[in-house]
Ligand binder design. Structure first.
Ligand SMILES: Nc1nc2c(ncn2[C@@H]2O[C@H](COP(=O)(O)OP(=O)(O)OP(=O)(O)O)[C@@H](O)[C@H]2O)c(=O)[nH]1
Ligand SMILES: [Mg+2]
Length: 230
């Protein structure tokens, strides 16, 4: 791999498991610098006693079969500690070049999925800072992506939730590579290259409440969220 270190490259197993059901992948991207949060990594910061990335991963454990975490190499040990004992198999897709932005994180995470389950595997991609995400909506997004290459929620007819969306690993990673090569920074650009379902707000909110899209950026938001976990 030229851009990312992905474990298990070359061990593609296909997307079917033994009972014929399609495996569902989760990707959590965590390669950001948490600058609004402060001088520690928000991914592993304890949120009401549990590292935030663990809360995100736990929300996904029942509706996905395998987890790929995208991060920088220097984050990996702390993240692996946070995910110790996770019920599903976990692999890491490390940024070879850091700080290329969330689109590069999505690309690298999906390359990890592709190496594990093949290019047609579907993955729900989440940011590491969305601890309220709703597994019911995640399942629905998988259903909506089944005959497409992506399913992405859109709020208020306008705001695509690209880090709360399902993608087919190979096509989306290729589209991100192309966008990155063109210097295209807008995270929605690769989406428009794909056959994608848009899940409008009213549809999404039949499966979840708004908090599923909430992301925590500042220490203040983090502390307010911690109180909601009691
Ligand atoms: N791999 C990778 N992931 C990123 C990068 N920038 C942001 N992310 C991830 O994208 C998601 C959304 O990013 P932000 O909420 O801006 O997080 P952040 O960049 O760590 O925080 P700020 O520095 O405050 O912007 C988070 O899960 C980040 O970890 C990056 O350069 N590389
Ligand atoms: Mg950022």
């Amino acid at each position: 791999m030229d851009e990312a270190t992905v474990e298990g490259s070359g061990t593609t197993e296909g997307t079917e498991d033994s009972n014929g059901a399609e495996r569902r992948y989760a990707v959590v991207i965590a390669g950001g610098r948490s600058t609004r949060f402060g001088d520690s990594d928000k991914a592993v910061a304890p949120l009401a006693g549990t590292p935030m990335i663990r809360r995100v991963a736990d929300r996904l454990a029942g509706v996905t079969d395998r987890l790929v975490v995208n991060c920088r190499p220097d984050q990996r040990e702390a993240i692996a500690d946070a995910l110790a004992g996770y019920p599903n198999p976990v692999r890491y897709a490390e940024d070879e070049e850091p700080d290329l932005g969330p689109m590069a994180g999505i690309r690298t995470g999906l390359r990890g999925v592709e190496a594990w389950g093949g290019p047609d595997a579907l993955a729900f991609v989440a940011a590491c800072d969305m601890p309220f995400l709703d597994p019911g909506l995640v399942s629905h997004l998988f259903d909506r992506a089944a005959d497409r290459d992506a399913a992405v929620p859109r709020l208020d007819d306008e705001w695509f939730q690209t880090t709360h969306a399902v993608y087919r690993a190979g096509p989306m990673a290729d589209a991100c590579d192309a966008a990155l090569a063109e210097g295209e920074g807008k995270i929605i650009a690769p989406l428009f290259e794909l056959d994608h379902a848009v899940v409008e707000e009213d549809e999404a909110l039949r499966y979840a409440d708004e908090s599923t899209f909430e992301n925590l950026n500042t220490r203040k938001e983090f502390e307010a969220a911690a109180e909601r976990f009691g």
